[in-house]
Write a protein that binds this ligand. Structure first.
Ligand SMILES: [Zn+2]
Length: 362
């Protein structure tokens, strides 16, 4: 046995992160009753982290008697390792992930809800912080290039690739335990969303198809509507006014759009560095970050079909709201709208490319 094994102090292991890596879901790590990651069931498993060793209890383990242990026992069971090799696994994990474990483990929370909140926040950070920078040929880079041909991946900021578990909680009316469905690990494009002060306020995931350069397409049993491949993490801070800052502003000029792909396509069409506000509600509330010398904001609206209830195109309404606010604060605003109703700038760029338009060298 190598002496290195002995240096693993189990109380210093970031168990939430290690166990999330092994596929334990948010629910299983929440501190409330959940299905057991080893033997299943509905609510027999509780991760209580009682002693800070990743402690858990399963009330009917493998269909039999109650069992309990620490995080290391879960590693042994899930990875089918003996104790020594499970320690080795954790040691390697910590070595591999040392750059990701940036903060000391939070003080052991007293209450279940606190455990849950801390867990979701850690997980939200980890989605991005444990991800890899984008490189040509990687699944996320290939996806982006399929959606936004001609883009220079190297220029992108605040986007990473990570392989993450995709699960679905089920419909709110069936949100009782046992309805969560685990679909497996998929590559995801993970965006780092910053508030106007530049602090990470949340992260955004777009899960990708395992074989095609497209978004993930999975269904609940019996449904013909695919589940949303996009998921927003917990709010670490108020998300009001923020954006994923995909490209550096140039000469005091920046653009904003709703989606990531739309923002990148708008950049290809105009050369304006565009950020993603994720959705139209957040776009309407975008705040120009101080300290970057930004004086001009280009707004790239989604030209949604008219909502029969309001009589307006939702994407356009949000863009106009933002335009008014920014102008009242003294910013120069340039509005952009796709030429065809029911489209966004990602569609517009693809149409241009397909028509044989010359690719801009970005
Ligand atoms: Zn069990």
């Amino acid at each position: 046995m190598s002496t290195a094994f002995k240096r693993v102090d189990l109380a210093t292991v970031p168990w939430l992160d290690v166990l999330a890596t092994l596929g334990l879901t948010e629910e299983q790590l929440s501190g409330s009753g959940a299905s057991c990651p080893v033997c299943g069931g509905n609510d027999r498993f509780t991760f209580d982290d009682r002693k800070g060793n990743g402690d858990w209890i399963c009330r009917k383990h493998n269909g039999g008697n109650p069992a309990s242990g620490g995080g290391i026992n879960l590693v042994m069971e899930l990875q089918v390792l003996d104790f020594v090799h499970a320690l080795d696994f954790v040691r390697e994990w910590m070595g591999d992930c040392s750059r990701q474990v940036t903060a000391p483990i939070a003080a052991r929370p007293e209450k279940k809800n606190e455990t849950k909140k801390v867990f979701f926040e850690k997980l939200t950070r980890a989605f991005y912080e444990t991800g890899d920078e984008l490189v040509a040929g990687s699944p996320v880079a290939s996806y982006i290039l399929a959606r936004v041909p001609g883009l220079d991946i190297q220029r992108l900021k605040n986007l990473r690739q990570n392989k993450l578990l995709y699960t679905d909680k089920g419909k709110p009316d069936k949100a009782k335990s046992g309805t969560r469905k685990v679909f497996g690990d998929f590559y995801a494009m993970v965006g780092r969303y910053q508030n106007p002060e530049g602090k990470m306020a949340t992260t955004h995931r777009t899960y990708l198809h395992p074989t095609k350069s497209a978004k993930l397409e999975v269904y609940r049993d019996g449904s013909s509507d695919p589940l949303d491949p996009r998921k927003q993490g917990a709010s670490l801070l108020d998300v009001h006014g923020g954006a994923i800052r995909l490209l550096d502003p140039t000469d005091g000029v920046v653009g904003v759009a709703e989606g990531i792909e739309t923002a990148l396509a708008a950049f290809m069409l105009t050369g304006v560095p565009v950020w993603s506000c994720l959705n139209r509600v957040l776009l309407a509330h975008f705040i120009v970050p101080p300290g970057l010398g930004i004086h001009t904001v280009h707004i790239f609206a989604d030209y949604d079909h008219v909502d029969i209830n309001t009589g307006g195109s939702p994407g356009m309404v949000s863009a106009i709201d933002l335009s008014k606010t920014l102008k009242s604060k003294g910013f120069k605003v340039v509005m952009h709208r796709p030429s065809k109703i029911g489209t966004d700038f990602a569609d517009e760029w693809l149409m241009k490319v397909q028509r044989g338009g010359r690719l801009r060298v970005a």
